[in-house]
Design a protein around this ligand. Structure first.
Ligand code: ADP
Length: 498
């Protein structure tokens, strides 16, 4: 099904999910000085709408609202919190089309991918609705007869969640889901490029009966909002997904008030194709790992390392598959590649390709802006890339697949680990012993073996090295929002006798 942007926005408006104000204490609010910021459709350049552009004052009020609500929300029973989250999940699923349309309009990803993100993003809420009921403490065997020792798990308090534009829904739900499940309250700052999906999800949270003040959303000046969250002693935790540069700033900024912090930062994912790989599986997997969201994810394959015996065969088959990716407006049926988020993203791609070709890489496919104009870029395959080129040193965050040739398994592991990033890695091989050996040697938080799409709410997501701190999703993800409290019950002389 294809849809015109105008019809898409009308559909969202009619559903009541086109929200353009911030959400503070359950009320939809303009910026106090009336400032707004335009949200642009990257596929057309049209303005979708304008939203409130907030700063320090609004953030301070959002923090107070979260702080004041913490007391009551954290005292709801786990079952009550779980029911609210479950209702929120149900509402997201029943509004999946409107949420997906909004996402395609403001972010550009193909509608089919956007629908996939709604299912994935809502999945975190469903998972943590269930997990809310399983936040168990411990009883520790006492060291003295007259004592009893316990461990309680309690919510950390107010959480500041800062999220990027590449997954406008899922990056929010994977933070807010576990936070709310534990009894924390949250101030979310979505990306200024994609606030609409976040605001629509927040509206659904109110409809689900999540009490006013539990989830607050401020859109606006990133550093003002970020600094206010960092400086507040009421905010006990920062959780962030985004660039490594901003993540480091937040880590440093959290020091002053000694906040808990979770960071999900950039990657430089290797995708290793061994001579013994099944060619079809490797092509399909590498294609998915590279070109999802036009290459704009932190788990996208950034370097495709191909063993010399299969290099030519793989390069040909892969380029053929890439050639079949249709580029265009994500609202059009059959489109696999939307635009890049903005002009700066295209310029980065151009810079990386120029650097690579000037150092000896050859363009197998693409390598140019797309004839559609705007920020569309041709899906690109580069051959003869080496590890000195920018495209293999840094994250390109665009539809560029650089192929690097390697000789031995040891070489591949060395090249793969020769980076400060350590988020996702992919390997393609039919040898089970090799898959174990290489997986164990890779300094990465996620490894896909013969599979290019591996993210799921039920598994821990996070990086080694400078790719981040902490894990999101799964039973592990909830620990990020919990404090452990050790309780020693003394003077229990009468525990055995009365
Ligand atoms: P990207 O390159 O993916 O846009 P950023 O790290 O710039 O990554 O953005 C991720 C999120 O961090 C966005 O919500 C953005 O507005 C926010 N952000 C950017 N700069 C700061 C800052 N100084 N303090 C807090 N948040 C920031």
């Amino acid at each position: 099904m294809s849809m015109e942007p105008g019809a898409a926005i009308n559909r969202v408006r009619e559903s009541g999910l086109l929200k353009t104000q911030g959400l503070i204490g359950g009320k939809w609010i303009d910026a106090y000085d009336g400032k707004t910021i335009e949200v642009q459709n990257p596929a057309t350049g049209d303005i979708v709408t304008s939203v409130a552009y907030m700063g320090k004052k609004e953030t301070t009020d959002a923090i107070s609202s979260a702080y004041n609500t913490f007391n009551s929300w954290s005292k709801h029973t786990a079952s009550e919190r779980s029911k609210c989250l479950r209702k929120w999940y149900d509402l997201m699923i029943s509004h999946k089309e409107e949420l997906a349309l909004l996402m395609t309009l403001e972010q550009g990803k193909p509608l089919k991918e956007a629908l996939g993100e709604v299912a994935y993003g809502a999945g975190f809420i469903e998972f943590f609705a269930e997990e809310a009921k399983r936040i168990y403490g411990d009883i520790i065997p006492a060291t003295l007869a007259d004592r009893r020792l316990f461990v309680l798990k309690q919510p950390v308090g107010v959480v500041g969640a800062i999220t990027p534009w590449n997954f406008p829904l899922a990056m929010i739900t994977r933070k807010v889901g576990p936070a709310l499940a534990c009894g924390c309250t949250v101030v979310v700052k979505p990306s200024e490029y994609t606030p609409l999906t976040a605001l629509a999800a927040a509206e659904l949270s109110l409809q689900a009966g999540i009490p006013p003040g539990v989830l607050n959303v401020v859109v606006g000046n990133a550093s003002d909002i970020g600094d206010t969250l960092l400086q507040s002693t009421k905010v006990r935790k920062i959780t962030f997904t985004g660039s490594t540069a901003v993540g480091k700033k937040l880590l440093a900024g959290s020091a002053n008030t000694v906040k808990r912090i979770s960071l999900e930062l950039g990657g430089n994912a290797p995708c290793i194709v061994f001579d013994d790989a099944d060619l079809d599986v490797a092509v399909k997997g590498a294609l998915a790992a590279k070109f999802r969201n036009s290459g704009q994810t932190c788990v996208c394959a950034n370097r495709i390392l191909v063993q010399e015996g299969i290099y030519e065969k793989f390069a040909n088959a892969f380029a053929k598959a890439v050639q079949n990716l249709h580029v265009g407006n994500g609202l059009v049926e059959g489109i696999a590649q939307g635009p890049l988020i903005n002009e700066a993203a295209v310029e980065k791609v151009e810079k990386f390709i120029k650097d690579a070709t000037s150092k000896g890489a050859n363009v197998i496919l693409g390598g140019r802006r797309h004839s559609l104009g705007m920020t569309f870029y041709e899906p690109t395959v580069l051959g003869n890339v080496n590890d000195e080129m920018l495209v293999s040193r840094e994250e390109v965050f665009g539809p560029v697949a650089p192929l690097l040739r390697f000789k031995t398994e040891e070489d591949a592991i060395h090249i793969a680990n020769d980076t400060n990033a350590g988020l996702a890695a992919y390997i393609f091989t039919t040898s089970i012993p090799r898959s174990w050996r290489v997986t164990e040697a890779l300094e990465y938080g996620l490894v896909g073996v013969n599979e290019g799409l591996i993210s799921t709410e039920v598994a821990p997501f996070g990086g080694f090295k400078q790719s981040g701190l902490g894990r999101e999703g799964s039973k592990y993800g909830i620990d990020e929002y919990l404090e452990l409290k050790y309780v020693c019950l003394g003077n229990m002389k009468e525990a055995y006798t009365k």
